[in-house]
Design a protein. Structure first.
Length: 186
């Protein structure tokens, strides 16, 4: 017979795990000293512990392990449980592969966008422009909102547009949010 410390070293299971397995009825010690509460294990317990370790390594839950150890009386039933677990793991692997592929695509797109942004250089030009008739939308927002404004103008003015789009900025300096902008087409 082995005390819990010796049995822990023999099986590789922690004392905490052995106590949990006892509480769950998965690995009941051969004997428990009534006065001290010490648990004692035998060779049959060691064999059951080996099986538990193998099942945990195959990602069976504690309730599944208990079902297998208590309910499977022959090899055929155990094989059915192993095949079921194999199917579950294959499904998990397929789902994880989809997640990894999605992450790869997002990372690739973000790196490409980051690279493109580093390569782009923006120059601010200040020009004096002669009188012209324009179609414009004035708004307060972010500088990146001008694409939406150009799109709206393009849909509304359509064939009347006669040149490249531009923005008029009515603020004296840079504003992160709430900039006074007019997006225009000649």
């Amino acid at each position: 017979m082995f005390n819990i410390g010796e049995f822990s070293r023999i099986t590789g299971l922690s004392i905490k795990a052995l106590r949990l397995y006892h509480e769950k009825g998965i690995l009941v010690p051969f004997g428990v000293d009534e006065s001290s509460g010490y648990r004692y294990y035998n060779r049959a317990n060691a064999e059951r512990a080996r099986v538990i370790v193998q099942l945990r390594d195959m990602e069976f839950s504690l309730s599944e392990i208990k079902t297998i150890l208590d309910g499977c009386s022959d090899d055929g039933q155990i094989l059915a449980e192993l095949e079921k677990q194999k199917r579950n793991l294959k499904n998990k692997i397929a789902n994880y592969e989809k997640i990894v592929a999605t992450l790869d695509a997002i990372i690739f797109k973000e790196r490409e966008a980051e690279k493109a942004m580093k390569e782009l250089t923006f120059e601010v030009e200040e020009k004096t422009v002669g009188d012209m008739l324009i179609a414009g939308i004035r708004y307060k927002g972010k500088y990146c909102d001008c694409g939406k404004a150009f799109s709206t103008l393009g849909r509304k003015a359509g064939r009347w547009l006669a040149g490249k789009p531009f923005n008029l900025y009515y603020d004296c300096g840079y504003k992160e949010d709430g900039a006074d902008i007019e997006s225009c087409f000649p």
